[in-house]
Write a protein of this length. Sequence first.
Length: 255
Amino acid sequence: MHTILLVRLRIDPDTGQIVAIGEWMLYESCRQMRRWQKLFPSEGPLFISVNLSSKQFTQETLISTFAMILQETGVKPQSVKLEITESVVMENVDTATDMLRQLRSLGVQLAIDDFGTGYSSMAHLKTLPVHELKVDRSFVSHMTSSTSDAVIVRSTVDLGRNLGLRVVAEGVEDRQTLQELDALGCDAIQGYYISRPMPADDLFSWLEQQHAPTATRQPRSELLDGLSGGARFDQVPGVQYLSPGLTMNTQVVAG
């Protein structure tokens, strides 16, 4: 089983503190992830996904700062995923591509967030050194009622598969949407249908249960019943950690 915790920073970018708080968020996320990895080493790996702000992504010191954070916390780089919105990447594709390559050289995973909203061309997309596309919730949340949105989601899943990228659907809030994404072969889903954010103590308890001996675990939610191919998706709660402005939302990843 793969558990991914998604970190989102919710602060006013005009405060002038977003870079400093972003660095703190990266450090605390990696530190906490390393702690959880030590506590639950026996089963499938834990991953953490952190959103980078546009100001943070364009900082010249981002690479050296993040390399230091990885070294100081001892977290495995491959267990950290950084998310950058498509619109930020498209502001300056050449500069963004260089920055992404440097980040990838550290061994971390990279994702394009809110895909479908930033007008990236296929020529740009095929050269970006990323591992994952995240389909924007504006398409996913209406795919069961809008033919055009359904086509966009299906095309993105096919595009990601053909380019060798994982595809995550954001904004899944009902069973029908989950089942349609499963039928499309979407790699992962994220949304309130699985879980809303929860306190870190609750997440710790959830992790303890999931990593307990199989015989002592509680039955899996009926949420997963009836999916093609059996239990294809694993339920993963989010977490609110340390600050009202730092929220880890739900992400569900195919097992």
